[in-house]
Design a protein around this ligand. Sequence first.
Ligand SMILES: *[C@@H]1O[C@H](CO)[C@@H](O)[C@H](O)[C@H]1NC(C)=O
Ligand SMILES: *[C@@H]1O[C@H](CO)[C@@H](O)[C@H](O)[C@H]1NC(C)=O
Ligand SMILES: *[C@@H]1O[C@H](CO)[C@@H](O)[C@H](O)[C@H]1NC(C)=O
Length: 371
Amino acid sequence: MSIARLSGNFLGFPLKLWAVVLFFFLICLSVYRVFDGLNNQILMLTDSRSKMEKAITKLQLERIDIDQGQQGSAQGDFSKEKGGDISDNTVILYNRVPKTGSTSLAGVLYDLCTINKYYVIHLNTSRNQRTLSLADQMRFITNITNWDTKKPSIYHGHLAFIDFSRFGVKQLPIYINMVREPLDRLISYYYFVRYGDDFRPHVKRRKAGDNESFDECVARDGVDCDPKNLWVQIPYFCGHHADCWEPGNEWALEEAKNNLVHHYLVVGITEELRSFLAVLEAALPRFFHGATALYNQGTKAHLRQTIKKWPPKPETVEKIKDSHIYRMESEFYEFAVDHFHYIKSQTLRKNANGEIYIKEKKFLFEKIRPR
Ligand SMILES: *[C@@H]1O[C@H](CO)[C@@H](O)[C@H](O)[C@H]1NC(C)=O
Ligand SMILES: *[C@@H]1O[C@H](CO)[C@@H](O)[C@H](O)[C@H]1NC(C)=O
Ligand SMILES: *[C@@H]1O[C@H](CO)[C@@H](O)[C@H](O)[C@H]1NC(C)=O
């Protein structure tokens, strides 16, 4: 029936008018449902990601609880066992960058916490925000520096750098972190949100029903592979200033380098996780004793590799590497690599078989007066 043949009245308005109103209502409804559908898919993706993170942590936490039950000891408060050792008040802050192998490192932290007697605490920020309000920064800092019953401790979470010295607290935490080659990190992230990872390989993640490869995405200048997405490691190290989050900001790059050198005890690189653990074990034995041995067992390090890792085509690599943002992120990464290699060469030595050893102490105290 066409609208033109309608006649008559309903509630004092012509039926034609009612038909037109109904027509527009239906159009609005369907447009709304399409958008709602897209929105739901994005939500589902975010959701399944956080579910997976939770599953990993839960498994590990359960195992720690079981181990503790078996030992039958009330291990609760490590601070009661303090022996006046200053490292027993230490707070370590690992503000982990996503897709840099951070789940492997966090796994090591949880594996060692009962043996080495320290707490591991995950900082969960709402909606995975990487920055906190000034009030929340103050709360966070006051809490972790004063929470004596949960020391020594390691906090880990996806949070941009905060300079504790601005907040008037007496004890500063020890920052550690890990960085990765920026393009590798982006590609890993790109496929991770589409296919998940080895941890639950049969669970496919939905990214708008999409199995477009990274190459195809770059070829058509897609949003998900835009070089802007590379701007991650610089802002994490730069911190809570607005300019840090502006892709391509030169000051942010300098600030990130500065913070890396002045505020981090050591920043490892994903490509050399074993050496990183060895350096941590050398510098912070209170926490990391046994870390290298654990790594050599080989059960942890592969926890979080994305399964479909098609290497990108040369033209894709060239196009990305040509971008300004890539060059900046890469400069930061290379800076971190140089710094790490220097620390490594001073801390570790290799024998003929390629086994890593911690160098012996090179200083001693003498002529102590008055006796
Ligand atoms: C963080 O907390 C929220 C709210 O309790 C929870 O839904 C979410 O799964 C948590 N995230 C992680 C990674 O555990
Ligand atoms: C820190 O936060 C935890 C959990 O919210 C709370 O139980 C604890 O009492 C706080 N500690 C301090 C010193 O504020
Ligand atoms: C995704 O890949 C599968 C199998 O390779 C194919 O059947 C399907 O059509 C692809 N989907 C899209 C949206 O390209």
